[in-house]
Design a protein around this ligand. Structure first.
Ligand SMILES: NC(=O)C1=CN([C@@H]2O[C@H](COP(=O)(O)OP(=O)(O)OC[C@H]3O[C@@H](n4cnc5c(N)ncnc54)[C@H](OP(=O)(O)O)[C@@H]3O)[C@@H](O)[C@H]2O)C=CC1
Ligand SMILES: O=C(O)C1=N[C@H](C(=O)O)C[C@H](O)C1
Length: 233
């Protein structure tokens, strides 16, 4: 498979290594808006760029009929517009706030726990995410997906950064050293605490998930998720 990388930072470089180990070829490394992309050389594009760059990178690929795997976080205000451009061009897309198998299992666990806790008013939920100091967005995309999973399955209505209140999920974002990504969800009552946590040891799980998604999307048209790729129910 011929892969175009949009974003050649920490994740782009890790993806290059894993993709080559799995027999794929990197045909482009776009790390700057002034670089011209040769879309005809790509079977798939993998975008791990910046919140500012992601929308243009992704939609230019759709217009050139190149399917896209995107893990960039912090650009989702423009998600619906990107979906429309994908559909209009009969292209294919997977966005995931987190491509690792472990976090995708954790997403399902979180929804199941939220359902179990939904009627237990003595428990109050809160969330914490810890990432390296270079991270541009807060809260993390993964924390937002986790909060959405709770909102879909409980009386909670929205999330807020560093703010609690009625039917609000408070999210605390910590930026510390080189931490690859830690997410925890806690339910506190006056007598106890239930906590679930996912801790990435490095970036390999994110990168492997993105490469597996790019293999999976070949010859497909439409909008998909990591749940489709991993066959999680
Ligand atoms: N979904 C997931 O599983 C994961 C998602 N992420 C997300 O992926 C994104 C990238 O993470 P990471 O690799 O750690 O970040 P980095 O900052 O290490 O890499 C981003 C790269 O994108 C480059 N860039 C800037 N502008 C453009 C542009 N117009 N087109 C293409 N590339 C551009 C940056 O260049 P320069 O430095 O010169 O600006 C930089 O090299 C972040 O949004 C992060 O949150 C990260 C890990 C896992
Ligand atoms: O910026 C990162 O590093 C990460 N970003 C993603 C997020 O915002 O959730 C995924 C992972 O936690 C690492």
């Amino acid at each position: 498979m011929k892969i175009g990388l949009f974003g050649y930072g920490k994740m782009g470089k890790m993806i290059e290594q894993i993709a080559q180990d799995r027999g794929h070829t990197i045909v482009a490394k776009i790390d700057d808006p002034s670089q011209e992309a040769d879309y005809t050389s790509m079977d798939v594009a993998i975008d791990f760029s910046t919140p500012e760059a992601a929308f243009d990178n992704i939609t230019n690929c759709f217009r050139n009929k190149v399917p896209v795997i995107s893990g960039t976080t912090g650009w989702l205000d423009n998600y619906s517009e990107a979906i429309k451009i994908c559909e209009d061009n009969k292209s294919a897309f997977i966005y995931a706030s987190n491509f690792s198998l472990g976090v995708n299992i954790f997403f399902e666990l979180n929804k199941h726990l939220a359902t179990m806790m939904a009627e237990l008013e003595q428990y109050k939920v809160s969330m914490e995410e810890i990432h390296h100091t270079q991270k541009l967005d807060a809260p993390s995309g993964t924390a937002i997906t986790l909060a959405e999973g709770i909102i879909e399955n409980s009386p909670y209505k929205k999330w807020e950064l560093d703010k609690s209140g009625d039917k609000i999920i408070p999210i605390k974002s910590i930026r510390e050293g080189t931490v690859p990504g830690t997410h925890s969800i806690a339910y506190d009552s006056p007598v106890d605490r239930i906590e679930i946590k996912h801790e990435a040891h490095n970036r390999e799980g994110f990168a492997l998930g993105a490469v597996i998604a790019s293999e999976w999307i070949q010859e497909k048209v439409g909008i998909f998720s990591m749940k489709d790729v991993l066959n999680l129910s």
